[in-house]
Design a protein around this ligand. Structure first.
Ligand SMILES: Cc1cc2nc3c(=O)[nH]c(=O)nc-3n(C[C@H](O)[C@H](O)[C@H](O)COP(=O)(O)O)c2cc1C
Length: 229
């Protein structure tokens, strides 16, 4: 599968987390890294070009830091003007049909802050509901987000681990190693449609890092290893 990463960071020169995450990302065969703020500093998004890029790829990723429980501004503008009626959705709007979609996010808040009892009072999937539903309306298959939590205090080793996991996920997707049909078959639903379920693309040993038992599914190439709900 071919992957389009729509990257949005308005102050990349000051970035710590995303700088590590995206280093060498362009070298992954099958990945198109598209930096929206770099391409369109004046927000003059080229709709035709964006549509072409979307059409040429099978997996669409919104990669961005969490800003006010949402995306940086250019990604909202991008959605507003690129996802046109009659093309992305609505009658005959099937240009994106069957493509996989998910967010790759860095969040300042730690994992435990994104919880009913935590500082942000909600799971990160709750905040992503409008984006997930947009993907569904556009006939895409939503996958749960890839999230780097706690970027404020993160140590380099953890960041490197996240980066390795992200690259592993991208490679798995490129090589068609993630079997969506099998997930559907085993779980009985399309993963990203169920808020509260989080895909853990990492190794099993890292699952319980925060001492809790969150709702997680571990996915490795071609099979589901474990589901904890
Ligand atoms: C305008 C703004 C809004 C932010 N909103 C959130 C937020 O809603 N939730 C959160 O966890 N972190 C929030 N943060 C923190 C960023 O997500 C965090 O700094 C970023 O992911 C770190 O990535 P970087 O090192 O690549 O910049 C916000 C930061 C800024 C500047």
């Amino acid at each position: 599968m071919k992957i389009l990463i729509l990257f949005a960071h308005p102050a990349f020169q000051k970035s710590n987390a995303n700088r590590v995450l995206v280093k060498d990302i362009k070298k992954i065969e099958g990945v198109t890294f598209h930096d929206l703020y770099e391409e369109y500093p004046e927000f003059d998004i080229d709709i035709k070009r964006e549509k072409e890029l979307l059409t040429q790829n099978d997996v669409i990723i919104f990669h961005h830091p969490m800003f006010w429980y949402s995306t940086p501004a250019i990604l909202k503008e991008w959605q507003d003007i690129v996802l046109e009626h009659g093309w992305a959705y609505g009658m005959d709007g099937d240009a994106l049909k069957g493509k996989l979609f998910f967010n790759a996010i860095t969040a300042g808040g730690p994992r435990q802050a994104y919880d009913k009892e935590g500082l942000h009072s909600n799971d990160i999937n709750d905040f992503l509901a409008p984006i997930r539903q947009t993907a569904i309306l556009c006939n895409m298959i939503p996958l749960p987000p890839f999230v780097v939590y706690g970027t404020h205090g993160i140590i380099r080793e953890d960041l490197d681990n996240y980066k390795n996991n992200y690259f592993q996920l991208l490679n798995n997707l490129c090589e068609d190693n993630i079997d969506i049909e099998k997930m559907k078959e085993e779980l009985g639903f399309i993963l990203g449609e169920k808020p509260g379920i989080e895909l853990d693309y990492r190794q099993e040993t890292l699952l319980l890092e925060d001492g809790k038992t969150p709702k997680k599914i571990i996915v490795v190439p071609k099979r589901i290893v474990n589901i904890v709900v």
